[in-house]
Ligand binder design. Structure first.
Ligand code: PMV
Length: 311
């Protein structure tokens, strides 16, 4: 009946400061969640695979079941609400995004489910609608979510986000990046709480750090418009220093950042909440990727991607 492909995302600049109202720069990446929908009977039957796992569930038309896939279930119910009818279907989801590593896996799965299941009603949701609905799904499941992830995976490309406003940076840079991930020591919520406590310890320096991070993101607009990747890299490296000063970069992540630079990356920084998770490196490509594979749990060589696509 239909098929949809939704990218993941990586944060290039501005994490943590974005929580305090400063802008951030995110990029959609070519690691995808693919979802296919076909006719079903009596229920919405879901099969979902992701790196290292697989789940199968059945969501009855009475809304029962499916709790092991909370984002999928919330997305299905969101479509029921919108369409005012409950249709049986088979939804098959396959994601290349590791769960909970800051690469937008939950946003990507939520948006893919919304888009694919809506196809069974003959409705092709627009990327803007998907970003908004996807965020509603994330808020429902997590209690709180920034609009960053669902915007990035729905619209694609490079996006500057502040509060509820966003700007698609059509730079045509086709940025390539190496992403290297290790286990997370704190959840996003815990790392945001840690930074809130650092505000008391750092005093006025805290505000200076956030302000500077905000100005790095502002400067990135010009770098992208000028297609100046080297300048973008300099901004990312400075952002890394400021994140280190905030205290969210663990020894293991710092090791990855340093190794990436030693292997020839022009930029390397953590991406997302920190305390483990992923780092992102620009420049250097294959050599950086294979060098980091020896010390990271997972390594991806990615390229800037378009947003949602229907097939
Ligand atoms: O690690 P992630 O992708 O969950 O990103 C967290 C980004 C923060 O700025 C630290 C928090 C947020 O909600 O924006």
């Amino acid at each position: 009946m239909g098929y949809v492909k939704v990218p993941g995302k990586v944060t290039l600049l501005g994490e943590h400061a974005v929580v305090y109202g400063y802008p951030a720069l995110v990029m959609a990446i070519d690691l995808y969640t693919r979802a296919a929908v076909s006719d079903g009977e009596g229920a919405v039957e879901v099969e979902s695979t992701y790196p290292g796992g697989r789940a199968e569930t059945r969501i009855g038309l009475d809304g029962r079941g499916g709790d092991e896939l909370p984002y999928v279930k919330a997305a299905i119910k969101k479509v029921w609400e919108m369409q005012g009818a409950r249709r049986p279907a088979k939804v098959s989801i396959a994601s290349e995004l590791p769960y909970g590593s800051g690469l937008g896996s939950s946003a990507s799965v939520s948006v893919a489910t919304l888009a694919a299941y809506s196809l069974s009603y003959g409705v092709k949701l627009h990327p803007d609608q998907l970003a908004k609905l996807g965020r509603e799904v994330e808020v429902q499941v997590q209690g709180r979510a920034s609009p960053m992830d669902t915007l990035a995976v729905s619209l694609g490309g490079l996006i500057k986000i502040s509060h509820e406003k966003f700007e698609v940076m059509g730079g045509g840079l086709s940025v390539k990046a190496v992403i290297a991930c290790v286990g997370k020591e704190k959840s996003t919520g815990e790392s945001v709480a840690f930074v809130r406590k650092r505000k008391d310890e750092l005093g006025s320096r805290f505000d200076e750090i956030l302000e500077e991070i905000g100005s790095l993101v502002e400067s990135s607009s010009k770098a992208i418009k000028d297609r100046d990747l080297t300048q973008l890299c300099l901004l990312m490296n400075r952002n890394e220093e400021l994140l280190e000063e905030l205290g969210v970069v663990t020894e293991r992540s710092l090791n990855l950042v340093r190794r990436a630079r030693a292997l020839g990356a022009t930029a390397a920084k953590i991406s997302g909440g920190g305390f483990g998770g992923c780092i992102v490196a620009l420049g250097g490509d294959e050599k950086v990727a294979s060098g980091l594979a020896a010390i990271a749990d997972r390594v991806f060589l990615v390229t800037e991607s378009n947003g949602v696509s229907y097939g």
